[in-house]
Design a protein around this ligand. Structure first.
Ligand code: NI
Length: 196
């Protein structure tokens, strides 16, 4: 090694080591599942469905289900998600009779069971709308690590900012992963049916 090369060798080695470290860190982040095994997403709840029934997490045991959070006044994301979920359920056909989708409101103030009922009438009947007291809703939001915030609008009304993730829960009620509804319905349906 010439002295010049030797002078450069140490900084170069340090530079390469840092590049490798950053690469490893980036790969670790990309490869990380949305919730690592043993993470506590989900949990017990008791909420009211659009038909007035009380639904708890225990009622859902025995079949996989999707959960997402939203509100009936939502201008775009929620109706789109409900439409996509309906398409996936339709694609699953009779084989997917036991599949359920939960639409839990982040706006219990306006989303009464009656409001949920008329709103959900245009979607698949396997979609259950759930509401409850502000405390019950706050509890389930916390359990699913969902962010929701009231945002006042200029007309004195309000809208809600909220997490748009769709959660796939297995037949034991354990969180599996985020579920991608932005796929052809038959592809998403096949993916969901694997968990039956
Ligand atoms: Ni929404």
């Amino acid at each position: 090694m010439s002295p010049r090369v030797r002078r450069l060798a140490l900084p170069l080695a340090a530079f390469l080591a840092s590049v490798i470290l950053v690469g490893v860190a980036v790969l670790a982040l990309i490869g990380r599942p949305e919730a690592p095994a043993g993470s506590s997403v989900g949990g017990p709840f008791a909420l009211t469905a659009q038909d007035g029934r009380t639904v708890t997490e225990a009622d859902l045991r025995g079949a996989p289900f999707l959960v997402f959070f939203g509100f009936t006044h939502c201008p775009d994301v929620c109706p789109t998600t409900l439409f996509e979920a309906s398409e996936v359920l339709r694609a699953a056909g009779p084989e997917g009779d036991r599949l359920r989708v939960l639409f839990i409101t982040v706006d219990p103030e306006r989303d009464t069971p009656e409001v949920l009922k008329s709103y959900l009438a245009s979607f698949d009947p396997r979609i259950t709308g759930l509401t409850g007291s502000p405390e019950a809703i706050a509890g389930v939001l916390k359990a699913y690590k969902v962010y929701a915030r009231k945002v006042p609008t200029s007309d004195g009304d309000y809208t809600m900012d909220h997490t748009a993730m769709v959660y796939l829960m297995d037949s034991r009620g354990a969180f599996v992963n985020g579920f991608d509804l932005k796929r052809p319905p038959d592809v998403a349906a096949r993916d969901l049916l694997r968990f039956l």
